[in-house]
Each structure stands twice: as structure tokens, then as C-alpha cells.
Design a binder for this molecule. Structure first.
Ligand SMILES: Nc1nc2c(c(=O)[nH]1)N[C@H]1C(S)=C(S)[C@@H](COP(=O)(O)OP(=O)(O)OC[C@H]3O[C@@H](n4cnc5c(=O)[nH]c(N)nc54)[C@H](O)[C@@H]3O)O[C@H]1N2
Ligand SMILES: Nc1nc2c(c(=O)[nH]1)N[C@H]1C(S)=C(S)[C@@H](COP(=O)(O)OP(=O)(O)OC[C@H]3O[C@@H](n4cnc5c(=O)[nH]c(N)nc54)[C@H](O)[C@@H]3O)O[C@H]1N2
Ligand SMILES: [Mo]
Length: 795
């Protein structure tokens, strides 16, 4: 989130697109209700079906699954055509005025931007996706926004194809509803108004998921909704600590604090540091953060003479994908992995194309699962249809405590880390994970202690000097948190923040973005529970710690005009008082940097141009401007350009690529959650009262389809895709729609994916149906839009 949960109370219009927030993030709704009660805020729900969120919205617009891109491109066009954008905001704070190189183009005939290599299915030459520069290297700009190659004019041309009528036809949305949504949300482009976008998996789980997110950033920039209370692009993140886990690099391509993983093309620290973004991007400090991280991990063994033991870090092969799907495809076909630790996950139910992924698990020699329950993954060998006698995998299940039975921290979507204390002890001999981890590392170190091999040095040299978690979990966690905050190795004192980190080995820091959460002066700030709220915007600076630097709304410089005055008195948040930035939040840059300093009008501090990128130079795999492509399995042709699917979507490596077509599988299908269950159901289908509340998997089907196929409410049906089958109970409901798409009527169905064969209540795995394809940039699977057929179950 650029903003935070409490901030929803400050919004005038909330666009909830691709999220069923009322059901899956109920806390958001308590703040939205406040916005409604106190300022007459309006809530919009855009969702293929009428959800509990839609029921609480002022305006609901249905769109077919997989068409967010068309929907958003249409909104961009609407804002530009009807001049709803905040002109001063975009001229100063975005790259709207920048001129793009002469060679750049987009061709609707091919659906491609310049630089695409069809053979490699990739944009191999992105040199034209860049700014035109003068002799001194400065970006050429036209502050009147009139230059035909300015980003602004390029966008006007690019999006002119996305008329409300054309978008409605592709999305299957009623034209009048769609126009009302565009009109209402773009009304927040007015000075003094703010609109917030809330999104979750109905936005990301697509082959073009990243471009959906780009669209939101573009729209919020155009409307001047960034950096101020009640605005922003707000990802409602999933698990209670999913923000924390990505911050700490539970992702295959990152190190802690969003530093990239080194690749084989960067054999030395110098080569790695050569990829650092140029000043004045704040990222230009990265060499300090990586040196401090290596010092935290390898201590005395990391010093300037040996590149701070950079050799110890594993190097990813450039161009190789290490994501979830690639890992399972490798296991399925090549069996390169001998063993696997599955630590708090249930991939047999949650992974796409479950039939293939569970088969892949059979190829392991050993599998260690750390989990409070025996879920479908540790029990994969007794899944329906498997022959346990033919499976050689040795499974170890280590029972561990749940979140209530241990101490530590959680970081929620608002980047806010809060300490939490243990509520109760776990049952019997169940272990704390810190204990298991500690003993595992110590055993490994003992095993390798006598080795002189270079490849074993990272294990031998890893610093592991924490207090024994068996004796005191509190002390163990305290030491870890201090390490994450970072310290000055010369004075042995905690650093006050990331500004103190150095690249010469004099500081150590486990994660630069969290630096400042635990300081000599202020103690462990994650434990703070001060309720004060200066300004009344809900920032509560004394409650926990929000990274970075306890900033509650990022890019908050944008809440003031270029001269440093609030854009409006109604939304006075941060301003220049003549001597310093003052207000209710921690400013994005030095508090004494005046607005007329060279960078004083540049809020987007992480980027070299320090401007919001309406046009994304270089970075994304599938183009610098969002463009609509159909999901990989789609009921229609792409009417906006001649390219049917995202030109760089992740096809997988070499697993089962079965895909179905519309002739054989004439229904659109999506998967979603219900309030009563939690994901794969390990945590909820083992709870008697939750199991009783929602005892069976169900598929929502519209009344027309039910009539056509003679299906009655409550009867068992079977869904079939090109990958597999899943049975579920039919729920015949007007919530599920038929869509008129480019002149043809198509039904959409959708089912819950919380069921499996373990637990108190069981059911078929929905992911038997989903395809093994993913987003062009993140490889997230396309869980939310694929094709199926439905059958009555006769036996
Ligand atoms: N009770 C409960 N709460 C949860 C969870 C849980 O399992 N149970 N899981 C947590 C986790 S990890 C996550 S990630 C979040 C997920 O939170 P959400 O993303 O809200 O969850 P979903 O129900 O998967 O999907 C949301 C909505 O996306 C819609 N949708 C499908 N396709 C499209 C599309 O193309 N466009 C649009 N605009 N909408 C579409 C679906 O109809 C659905 O209503 O929830 C978290 N909260
Ligand atoms: N079709 C479809 N598939 C999806 C999605 C979808 O929308 N549609 N959504 C995707 C999303 S957003 C997500 S986040 C994933 C979720 O997928 P998973 O993370 O695989 O699902 P969970 O059920 O949360 O599994 C977590 C496991 O951790 C265990 N556990 C709980 N607490 C602890 C603990 O403290 N320690 C340890 N070690 N274990 C613990 C639980 O018992 C459970 O077995 O699913 C993805 N899969
Ligand atoms: Mo999630």
C-alpha cells in the first residue's frame, strides 16, 4: 500500500476492483464505513459477480474475468478525453512532459511495441522505450504537454482506441454502468478530492497482472491521487504477514529490502553494484545496503578485501525462472530436486494445475513439512487415486505452533510492523519454529565444520550467535530484530536509521527498509502503542513502525503543490513552512530541503528521474504502456489489437501445458474465497465450527446457465478443464452472470478453492482445473480466468 488501512476513512471515492474486501479484508470496510458516514464517500465495486462487497457498494459494475486491462485502459482514455486529469500534478510530478525517443512505436496491427523478438517471445531490445535527451544528457521535456512525442500525447493516441463502447463490449459490462464508474472515480481528479483504489487477487492473478497494477498507478497519477490522505494504490495483502514475508525476500528474485538477487552475470560485488540505479534515485545507496546485509549475515568473514563474502550468495542463472511453477515443472520432468522443505504452505491444494504438481511431489526422495496440521501436501501420498505402495518419498511432518502460540512480529499491508506477544502455549511437544530453525542451522554447521571446500564456507561462516530460543524466545527474537535494524560495528550501537548505513563494512543491517524500527534512543518501536493522531488523518505515528522511516503515506511530498503549499486546505497533510517540511508525516526527503532546491519538487525518490512513470522506461517485460491482451484461455478474440495474449506471459518451462479452447470448454471460470475458510482449508477445515458453517465446496452458476443445462440448486456437478476435473455443489444464483462479449453470450461460473481431501470436511481440489501459466513479470499463476465445461454428476 502507498497509504494504510486507517487512511481509507479519508477517501471520497473508493474503487474496489479485483477484491472482495468485505469478505476477505473486513477491516478495510470499517474504515470505509467511516468515510461514508463522515464525508459521504462513495464505494464502487467492479467484479465479475455480485459479491458481499458489491452489496455494500454505491455503484456496482460487472466485468468478465480477465478484462481489467480493457477496463482500466478505458478509464485512462476517459480521463484524458474529458480532461479530468490534474494538469499541474502531472506536469510536475510525472513524466507526462518528457519526450520519448523517435524510434518508439506501438502497432495495433501486431499488438506489439518496438523491440520484440517473436522467436524468443520477448522484448529483447528496449532501447526505444526511453527518453530523448539533450547534449548534456538531460531528458527533453515540453511543459505544455503538446509535443507529439511527449508521454502525454503518446498516451492520448495510444488509449483513444479504448472507447467506453468498445471496452463495454470486451468486458461484457453495461455501457451506462461503466460510464458511471469512470465518471465517479475521475471526479476525484479535482483539487481537494481524493480517490483510493483497493485491489487484491482479482487484479494480479492473470498473465497481465503487473500491467493491471501499472494501470492503477497511471490513473492515480493522472488524477493527482498520490501521496495524499484518502488516495493511493492500495494492495490489500493476503496472509497477515505477507507484506513482511516479501520484505524479507520470501521471493525467488530478491534479497531483503527489495534488492535484486545476484545473477551469474554478476560474479563480483563490483559487477552487482554496477547495476545500481543512478543518482539521484534513492536506490543509488544500494551498495551501502548490500555491504551491510553481507556484514549482518557473515560477520567477520565479510570484509572489503573479499567483497564482503559476496561469493557466498547463490547466483541465479540469468534468464532462468525460479518461481513456484518452474520449480514444480522441474521436479515433474527432471527430478533435479532430491528433497524439499515445505514450511507453512500447502501447494498440493494452492498450486496451479494441482494434478501435475502433486504428481511432481512423488519424485522427491524426502519431504519435510513444518505445519500445525497434516495437510494435503504432507499427505500427498494418500490422495485420491494415488498408490501409496508405489511412492518412495519419505515424509517428515514436524508439528509447529500457530500464530497465537508464539512471539514475534507481523507487518501488514500498510507497511506497519507490530510486535505481538504469545497468547497461549502450544499443545504437547509441539515446537516453536525458531527452535527448529536454530537446531537445523546448528546441525548443518556441525556437519560441515571439518570441510575445507569453498562451497561449504557459506554454511560454516554464517553468523549464528543468537540466544538459545529454547531458553528464551523473547531474547532470540530481540537479537534478530536488532540485527534487522542494523548497528554500527565500531561503536556496537544500534543505528538510528538507514541513512547511517555505510558501504565500508563499518555497519551491519539485516534489512535496510526496517532500519529505524529499533534504536538506542527510541527502543523497539514495533512494540509502541501510542494512539495520538496529530492532524486527525489516522497516521498515528506512535503506533508500531511503518517502513520506510516510519512514513505512513509514501510520496507524501505530492500532497503539496510544487511550491510546497497544500493543494487545498481540506487536505493539508505536509507543507513547506518557509524553513522546513512540516505536517503530520515523515517527509519523503530531508526535512530542510526547500521546494526550490534542484530536487525539491520531485517526490518519487526511488527513481532516477524522481517522477511518477506514466510511461515505464525499460522496466517491464510486456511493454511500457498497458495494453489489453486476453487471458490465455479466453472466450473471444482481442478486439483492441491483433495479438491475442500477452506477448511475454510466462508459459512455464516444460511442464504439462495443456490449454483448452472455447469450442470444447465454453464457460469462463474463476476461483475465489469465502469468509468462513482460509485458503487451502488446513486452518479452517480443521476447526469444527468453521467446517460446520461451510461444509462443502460450491460453484456459483447463473440462472440462465442452470436452465440451459438443467442444473438445480444444491445438486453435485463436475467442472472439467483441459487439465482436470473438480466436483462441487451447484449454487444457482443471480450473483453469477452471463456476459455479452463482442456480440456473443458467454456464461461465467466460479468456485471456492478451499477444499481438499484432508480435514473435517473435504472436497475436490479446485486447482485441478487451473492452467500452469503466469504473469509476464512476476509469474503469478492465472488462477482467476480460464475455460471449463460443466456436467451433471449422474453417479
Ligand atoms: N476469509 C478469508 N480471508 C482472506 C483469505 C482467505 O482465504 N479467507 N485469504 C487472504 C489472502 S492470502 C489473499 S491474497 C486475499 C485475497 O483477497 P481477494 O482478492 O479479495 O480474494 P478472492 O476471493 O480470491 O478474489 C477477489 C475477487 O476477484 C474477483 N475477480 C475475479 N476475476 C476478476 C477480474 O478479472 N476482474 C475483477 N475486477 N475482479 C475479478 C472475484 O469475483 C472475487 O470476488 O484475501 C485474504 N483474506
Ligand atoms: N485457484 C486458486 N489458487 C490460489 C489462489 C486463488 O485465488 N485461486 N490464491 C493464491 C494465494 S493469494 C495464496 S496466498 C496461496 C495460499 O496458499 P498456501 O500458503 O499454500 O495456503 P494455506 O492454506 O494458507 O497454507 C498454509 C499452511 O501453513 C500452515 N500454517 C499455519 N500457521 C502456521 C505457522 O505458524 N507455521 C507454519 N510452519 N505453518 C503454519 C497451515 O496449517 C497450512 O497447512 O494460494 C494461492 N492459490
Ligand atoms: Mo495471498
Amino acid at each position: 500500500m502507498t497509504n494504510h488501512w486507517v487512511d481509507f476513512k479519508n477517501t471520497d471515492v473508493a474503487l474496489i476492483c479485483g477484491s472482495n474486501a468485505a469478505e476477505n479484508h473486513p477491516v478495510s470496510f470499517s474504515w470505509l464505513q467511516e468515510a461514508r458516514d463522515n464525508r459521504g464517500a462513495k464505494i464502487i465495486s467492479v467484479d465479475p459477480r455480485f459479491t458481499r462487497t458489491s452489496a455494500r457498494a454505491d455503484l456496482y459494475c460487472p466485468i468478465r474475468s480477465g478484462t481489467n486491462l480493457a477496463f482500466y485502459c478505458g478509464m485512462i482514455n476517459y480521463i484524458l478525453e474529458n480532461e479530468q486529469y490534474h494538469k499541474d500534478f502531472i506536469a510536475h510530478y510525472s513524466n507526462a512532459a518528457s519526450i520519448i525517443k523517435e524510434g518508439f512505436s506501438f502497432d495495433p496491427e501486431t499488438g506489439l511495441f518496438t523491440g520484440y523478438d517473436e522467436g524468443r517471445r520477448a522484448y529483447t531490445d528496449r532501447t526505444s522505450w526511453d527518453y530523448e535527451r539533450d547534449e548534456q544528457g538531460n531528458v527533453r521535456k515540453d511543459m505544455t504537454l503538446q509535443h507529439p512525442r511527449s508521454v502525454f500525447q503518446l498516451m492520448k493516441r495510444h488509449y483513444s482506441r479504448y472507447t467506453v463502447e468498445a471496452v463495454a463490449s470486451t468486458c461484457g459490462a453495461p455501457v451506462d454502468k461503466l460510464r458511471q464508474v469512470y465518471e465517479l472515480f475521475s471526479s476525484t481528479g479535482q483539487v481537494g478530492k481524493a480517490g483510493s483504489i483497493l485491489y487484491a487477487m482479482g487484479q494480479t492473478q492473470f498473465t497481465s497482472g503487473s500491467q493491471n497494477v501499472r494501470c492503477m498507478a497511471i490513473i492515480q497519477t493522472l488524477l493527482g491521487n498520490m501521496g495524499l490522505p484518502g488516495g493511493g494504490v492500495n494492495a490489500l495483502r493476503g496472509h497477515s504477514n505477507v507484506q513482511g514475508s516479501t520484505d524479507m525476500a520470501c521471493l525467488f528474485h530478491l534479497l531483503p529490502g527489495y534488492m535484486p538477487c545476484p545473477t551469474t552475470g554478476q560474479p563480483t560485488l563490483e559487477a552487482y553494484n554496477a547495476t545500481t540505479p543512478a543518482a539521484p534515485a534513492f536506490w543509488s545507496n544500494r551498495p551501502k545496503w548490500i555491504a551491510s546485509l553481507l556484514k549482518a549475515w557473515y560477520g567477520e568473514a565479510a570484509n572489503p578485501d573479499n567483497d564482503f563474502a559476496y561469493d557466498f550468495l547463490p547466483k541465479a542463472q540469468a534468464g532462468k525462472n525460479y518461481s513456484h511453477m518452474a520449480l514444480f515443472e522441474n521436479l515433474y520432468n527432471h527430478k533435479e530436486l532430491e528433497g524439499l522443505f515445505v514450511w507453512g504452505q500447502n501447494p498440493v491444494v494452492s498450486g496451479p494445475h494441482s494434478t501435475m504438481e502433486s504428481k511432481a511431489v512423488e519424485n522427491l526422495k524426502w519431504l519435510v513439512c513444518l505445519d500445525p496440521f497434516e495437510n494435503e501436501t504432507s499427505a500427498f501420498w494418500k490422495r485420491p487415486g494415488a498408490n501409496p505402495a508405489a511412492i518412495d518419498t519419505e515424509v517428515f511432518l514436524l508439528p509447529v505452533t500457530t500464530f497465537l502460540e508464539k512471539e514475534g512480529s507481523l507487518t501488514h499491508s500498510g507497511r506497519l510492523i507490530q510486535y505481538r506477544w504469545k497468547a497461549v502455549d502450544g499443545p504437547g511437544n509441539v515446537r516453536q519454529e525458531s527452535f527448529i530453525l536454530d537446531r537445523l542451522v546448528k546441525r548443518l554447521k556441525a556437519l560441515y565444520a571439518a570441510s575445507d571446500l569453498a562451497q561449504d564456507a557459506p554454511i560454516k561462516q554464517l553468523t549464528w550467535d543468537y540466544p538459545d530460543p529454547q531458553r528464551s524466545q523473547t531474547d532470540f527474537i530481540d537479537a534478530v530484530m536488532r540485527e534487522i535494524n542494523g548497528k554500527n560495528l565500531t561503536t556496537d550501537k544500534l543505528v538510528p536509521g538507514f541513512g547511517a548505513l555505510q558501504d565500508d563494512g563499518s555497519t551491519a543491517c539485516g534489512n535496510w527498509i526496517y532500519s529505524g524500527m529499533y534504536t538506542e534512543e527510541l527502543g523497539n518501536r514495533t512494540q509502541n502503542r501510542v494512539l495520538d493522531d496529530p492532524g486527525g488523518w489516522g497516521a498515528h505515528p506512535g503506533w508500531g513502525f511503518a517502513w520506510p522511516a516510519n512514513r505512513r503515506i509514501i510520496y507524501n511530498r505530492c500532497s503539496a503543490d510544487p511550491d510546497g503549499n497544500p493543494w487545498s486546505e481540506e487536505r493539508r497533510y505536509l507543507w513547506w513552512d518557509g524553513a522546513k517540511w512540516t505536517g503530520y508525516d515523515v517527509p519523503d526527503f530531508a526535512p530542510t530541503m526547500p521546494p526550490d532546491a534542484p530536487l525539491g519538487k520531485k517526490p518519487f525518490i526511488m527513481l532516477t528521474e524522481r517522477e511518477s512513470r506514466l510511461f515505464a522506461i525499460g522496466a517491464l517485460n510486456d511493454g511500457p504502456l498497458p495494453e489489453h491482451y486476453e487471458p490465455v484461455e479466453s472466450p473471444t478474440h482481442n478486439v483492441f489489437n491483433r495479438r491475442q495474449n500477452n506477448p511475454a506471459y510466462f508459459t512455464g518451462t516444460d511442464g504439462d501445458k495443456s490449454l483448452g479452447d472455447f469450442e470444447q470448454f465454453p464457460l469462463i471460470c474463476s476461483t475465489w474465497r469465502v469468509c468462513e475458510h482460509w485458503h487451502t482449508g488446513a486452518l479452517s477445515r480443521n476447526m469444527p465450527w468453521l467446517a460446520e458453517l461451510m461444509p462443502s465446496s460450491f460453484v456459483e452458476i447463473g440462472e440462465d446457465l442452470a436452465r440451459e443445462r438443467n442444473i438445480s440448486n444444491g445438486e453435485m456437478v463436475e467442472l472439467v478443464s483441459a487439465r482436470g476435473k473438480a466436483r462441487a455443489m451447484a449454487m444457482v444464483t443471480p450473483r453469477s452472470h452471463m456476459f455479452e462479449i463482442n456480440g456473443r453470450n458467454v456464461h461465467q461460473v466460479g468456485l471456492t478453492w478451499h477444499f481438499g481431501f484432508q480435514g473435517l470436511v473435504t472436497g475436490d481440489i479446485a486447482n485441478n482445473l487451473t492452467p500452469h501459466v503466469g504473469d509476464a513479470n512476476t509469474s503469478i499463476p492465472e488462477y482467476k480466468a480460464f475455460l471449463v465445461d460443466i456436467r451433471k454428476v449422474t453417479s
